[in-house]
Write a protein that binds this ligand. Sequence first.
Ligand SMILES: C[S@@+](CC[C@H](N)C(=O)[O-])C[C@H]1O[C@@H](n2cnc3c(N)ncnc32)[C@H](O)[C@@H]1O
Length: 506
Amino acid sequence: MARLSSSRSSRMASARWMPSPGPPASVRMTGHGVALSKTAKLSPGRLVALRILIAARETGRYARELAADVCASASLDSRDAAFARRLALGVTGCSGCLDDALNSVLDDPRSLAADVRDALRIGAYELLYLGTSPQVAVSQGVELARMCAHGAAGLANAVLRRVAEGANAFLTAEDVSEQHRAMVSCARRAGLPTWLVRRIVDSLGEERAQAMFACQLEPAPIAVQVNPLRFEAVEDALAADGARSLELPGAYAVDCVSELVRSCAFAHADAVASDYHAQLIAAAVAREGSCLEIGAGRGTKTFMMLAHAKRRNLNHEHVTLDLYEGKCQANAQRIECSGLGEIFTAAGDATDLDACLAAYDEQLGRTALFDTVFVDAPCSGTGTMRRHGEIPWRLTPQECDRDLPELQLELLREAACRVGAGGQLIYATCSVLRAENSHVVTQFLGSPEGEGFAPMPLSDALAAAGSAYSGAAEDIAAHEIPIGTFQSYPHQDGFDGHFCARFIRV
Ligand SMILES: C[S@@+](CC[C@H](N)C(=O)[O-])C[C@H]1O[C@@H](n2cnc3c(N)ncnc32)[C@H](O)[C@@H]1O
């Protein structure tokens, strides 16, 4: 495929794409490097998608977090907002593959301005992954590039036409040696890095991995858990967002969260957004007595555990711990706002629990042992890649193979020392990789700290919670593999991939 130089094409552009005089643009955007000139043709959803991508790159924030605000500030209707979100999140998730496709037709990829690249990624995404007609994808991509730099329109036209012509050859990896072609093609079709696809195939086996890749480009479903004290406050917003109740009390699948966001349901801790499988795990962890939650982060699971403790009228004491002080504060603020109870928060590195819990132990007058210790481990997040498109392109092979599993095992061994007699130890990740899941569990059970722990089904924990939880216990049981371990995959019932192992100190 012939390569294109950005400077040559920019010159071509000035002849071809001179704007004709006309009225000012109907949509104006400022900030994040995009100042609109004139266009009557560009669809608002694409323009806002570009703005989300540029803002994410410039601020280092997640596209998903920015999407709602950017769509709201552009006053998009719900259809355009959904399209903008789909484009921005889709481009983020496939960004490495899109760059490979674009770079293959540029002779100096590094000279491409970052915002022009963002614009071209949208066009390439539509061509390679969305099935938009080439005519529309190219012309809209050209308009997007023109937004960023007037002279880039010609380059965009030439590049996107080449991408359109070579789309099939790119996706079938015709440029790659026969030995690696099948794997590279599989990675490109799923929009993932090849090294990660290899690891997922090794972990899941060919058939399950292919099923997971087949749904990788679908939008992730959205679910929420409602604060049991505030159902009336969110009832109307839930209905407006298309809520369907799930088996777990307080859990709903929703089409979108626009009305919940507009009514400040999340800001007021009336509800949290969380994948349904994560909700099942949090509900199963909630138990009478004391709980130490390691890796509590901003506290989505803290909120859900306390919500289920409230629903079940459990006497529940909760200590949360995270490496980052800021996350601990956010967690404490949300729980305070929720009215669901009190928590003790500690910030620090949980590989040294004596240091982290020194203040708590002192308050108690002894080394605290807990009825439940829950390790919500830092992990690759490979079970949630549809939702968090940045993940596959930020991860490294070394993190997946070595750094994360070593940290996870260390956290689990340290956590085990704080489980009281008859207490439960629960280890969870949102990974689908064996190295972070069953390998960590096997190594833990073979370690001195793992002695005296017996694996127990996670579903038992909910089955004991009464009839309101029996459907949820069945949903957990449907994903249980050898005793004590729960593993869900995105292709099974649409929700994310999560792993959880439960042990009892016997
Ligand atoms: C899977 S995330 C937790 C998500 C959280 N439980 C929730 O429901 O929102 C893992 C958390 O572990 C924390 N973490 C990473 N390394 C840690 C360490 N050495 N000690 C304590 N926390 C750690 C991260 O800051 C992150 O918030």
